[in-house]
Design a protein around this ligand. Structure first.
Ligand code: FES
Length: 374
């Protein structure tokens, strides 16, 4: 092949009658490409070394397929629900993220290594020089490029390497399935199965079941310690993060810990200074108890915990994208991407003087979702 451009270009009829080799040669000439070095990797076909190389490539594709399969199985069936520490179930639960990360990572890496090894071991070694030219491609160039690509496929010898083709197909297929399952997997659990359940998106752990009292619990970091809150425990201008607690859960370590882990449970209990000007939301005028107000800590933008509170201005900042909520003005957003106010938890005090929730939030907590209208 030479870098010289042919002076006599073939007619359309001649082009249609040309073999693939002739088209490849014509194409490289038209592109001003000169092949200065070309060498087959395996000039003698079927040697033991060639078969060894083939098995090595196939092995990587097989590893990719098996890891992809392991990822699919782990993603769909590994026990992912929170379990109390110091139990066998917790050990398995804690492995969920590492296992899906490792298996997916290995599937991608092994697929890449297999493709890389194939290129190094089977694609002919060649060195070509091409002159640069400007502008779009002519019809003739497009036709010859197709021939060149087909020719490259033939020279790669992939057609006669069925072991590699099968394992590469398997690896890529399983990996593709994994990519498909990722978004679909999250749709398998139907959040609307029982929309009245405290596990549905409309409710939180503050929902009372069978009329049982739900106390505001000050979490000290020790899952066994239950510290209930009285109004006098929060000083003027101060605040506490509280979680729901029921007497029926007092000796249930799993339930005690789970209540502090559930994403929509954290509530910020604030005590405003006497005389502070407060704007209440229509219909929620009695949600507070004196100077005490309880707001969901879950940002209505994308669900980060909003915990940076500035008591002078009454602004609660979400650190993720800097939304600011005005707790003096029913948790209304003042700045940033959040558009909805923080939901307020209706609270009161029971006959023993402990703060309790009068009910669950009257609206869904956290970010918007498809079925949400407000
Ligand atoms: S999650 Fe709070 S501002 Fe985005």
């Amino acid at each position: 092949m030479s870098g010289e451009k042919p002076t006599n270009l073939p007619s359309e009829a001649e082009l249609a009658g040309m073999s693939r080799d002739e088209l490849v040669k014509l194409g490289t000439n038209l592109d001003g490409v000169e092949l200065v070095h070309y060498e087959e990797r395996w000039p003698v076909k079927g040697t033991r070394a060639e078969k060894r190389a083939e098995r090595l490539v196939a092995l990587w594709f097989l590893i990719s397929a098996l890891s992809g399969l392991a990822f699919l199985v782990a993603f769909l069936w590994w026990p992912w629900k929170y379990e109390t520490p110091r139990t066998d179930a917790h050990f398995l639960y804690s492995l969920y993220t590492p296992v899906i990360g490792l298996t997916l990572g290995l599937a991608v890496v092994a697929l890449g290594v297999g493709a890389l090894l194939y290129t190094k071991k089977f694609i002919p070694e060649e060195l070509a020089v091409q002159q640069r030219h400007d502008g779009g491609s002519a019809e003739i160039d497009k036709a010859t490029v197709v021939a060149e690509l087909a020719d490259a496929g033939t020279r790669s010898t992939i057609a006669r390497r069925s072991l590699i083709k099968r394992t590469a197909g398997l690896g890529a297929g399983v990996f593709g399935l994994g990519v498909l399952v990722l978004p679909l997997g999250s749709l398998v659990r139907d959040p609307w199965k029982n929309s009245d359940s405290k596990d549905s998106l409309w409710h939180t752990g503050w929902k009372s079941e069978n009329g049982e009292k739900v106390y505001l619990r000050n979490y000290t970091g020790d899952p066994h310690e239950v510290v209930l809150v009285r109004p006098e425990d929060v000083e003027a201008g101060g605040y506490l993060t509280v979680f729901p607690f029921r007497e029926s859960e007092r000796d249930d370590e799993h339930a005690l810990v789970a209540a502090t882990k559930r994403v929509d449970n954290p509530v910020l209990l604030l005590r405003f200074r006497p005389g502070q000007q407060i704007v209440k939301r229509a219909g929620q005028e009695d949600f507070n108890y004196g100077d005490l107000y309880a707001y969901s800590k879950i940002c209505t933008h994308l669900g980060c915990p909003a915990s940076l509170y500035e008591q002078q201005t009454g602004l609660l900042l979400c650190p993720c994208h800097q939304s600011q909520f005005d707790v003096f003005h029913y948790g209304k957003p003042r700045f940033g991407p959040a558009t909805r106010a923080l939901p307020q938890l209706p609270i009161t005090v029971d006959e023993d003087g402990y703060l309790i929730a009068r009910s669950d939030f009257i609206e869904a907590v956290g970010p918007a979702f498809w079925e949400r209208k407000s």
